[in-house]
Write a protein that binds this ligand. Structure first.
Ligand code: GYE
Length: 350
């Protein structure tokens, strides 16, 4: 079916469901469907968006960006489903989008594995799938049209490069760098990349990477696992948090244990570094020096996904993988720039 015919058919299906219920309301909880005057709605592009959950400030900003981009005023009929951190919910949402014959499925996958069969169903239904933020692990790359998001391993490499430059500048020997990694949700692209960036650097530079434990990208879990790690090791001097929410929890745990957070690790302070740069509290911690460095991860993907849909609508083939440029922030003046994968990045004020 071509897109236009599918769009009209899909809208007729949606309107018949709602007319059948004698219901002209447009919003039901988290799912919003534009049904008003469906007869003239055949110009809407129907998008089913499966968001993975609401674990962090990054995620909320990402959801807001998607919801404000795919608005009725801009010509979209958006069906939004929050997966509540469960892949099974996301799979159910995608099956629902297929039944509703949406024009596009946008998927922000929780983890990389386990998508092949549902994405095959979308392909059989000839509905293009756009991946946003994290990737899926599928041997057949034709199961989705394209992806947009961050280079998470590069983010980790940038952070390691900043740690290296900072500690070398202070004359701290690599073997005296005792790091714990509070990882993100295991199996997500963001976790895999950031963990790999640090682990490779630790191996290469000779740092003591003592533990890798998941904090699930949340403040509560970040606090809990940092607390346990501080009880297990008495020589931690860098806590590498794979997002800002975990860093906020980690800082709380460090301070509650009577220790000081900061960059003066030669004198007993514990350095916290993190990723995202979205949460206001984390940014103010970075300005105060409680978070020493943040590698930016930009959540504003709504307009980027829209550009991909427009390209597909125009019959062109967008690039398969679309990476967003990102910065690195620190209020510590010692390191002015870093090099990651051969490219120089200026360290900016948070
Ligand atoms: O860094 C974290 C969120 O996948 C990039 O997920 C995203 C990560 C982000 O919960 O805060």
């Amino acid at each position: 079916m071509n897109n236009f015919i599918k769009r009209v058919a899909g809208l007729l299906l949606i309107s018949s469901i709602f007319i059948g219920c004698g219901n002209s309301a447009t919003t039901t909880g988290e799912t919003s469907i534009n049904t008003e005057e469906d007869t003239k709605a055949d110009s809407y592009i129907t998008v089913g968006f499966s968001q993975l959950g609401a674990e962090s400030d990054w995620r909320s900003a990402n959801t807001d960006s998607m919801l404000s981009t795919f608005s009725e005023e801009k010509g979209y009929s958006l069906i939004y489903k929050n997966g509540q951190q469960k892949q099974a919910n996301q799979i159910t949402a995608i099956r629902m989008f297929i039944q509703q014959e949406v024009d596009y499925i946008v998927l922000a996958p929780a983890t990389e594995d386990g998508w092949e069969s549902v994405l095959s169903e979308a392909r059989d239904a000839e509905i293009p799938v756009i991946l946003v933020d994290r990737k899926v692990n599928a041997a057949d790359k034709n199961l989705y049209s394209c992806w947009v998001g961050s280079d998470f391993e590069l983010e980790g490499i940038k952070m390691a490069s900043w740690i290296k430059a900072y500690t070398e500048g202070k004359g701290i020997a690599p073997e005296d760098i005792h790091i714990v990694n509070i990882q993100g949700s295991i199996g997500s692209t963001a976790q895999i990349g950031r963990t790999r960036g640090l682990a490779n650097a630790a191996r290469e530079y000779g740092w003591d990477l003592m533990a890798e434990v998941s904090g699930d990208f949340t403040e509560t879990k970040g606090r809990e696992v940092t607390d346990a790690l501080l009880k297990r090791f008495n020589n931690i001097n860098i806590v590498y948090c794979e997002n800002d929410n975990e860093a906020i929890g980690a800082i709380d745990a460090i301070e509650s244990a009577g220790k000081k957070v900061g960059s003066d690790i030669a004198n007993g302070e514990i350095m916290v570094v993190s990723f995202d740069g979205v949460n206001e509290k984390a940014l103010s911690y970075a300005r105060e020096g409680k978070i020493s460095c943040i590698a930016e991860c930009n959540p504003l993907h709504g307009p980027r996904v829209e550009a991909l849909i427009k390209a597909l609508e125009a019959g062109t083939t967008p690039d398969k993988f679309n990476y967003v440029d990102e910065k690195i922030f620190s209020s510590i003046p010692d390191v002015r720039s870093i090099v990651a994968n051969g490219k120089e990045y200026m360290v900016e004020a948070p």
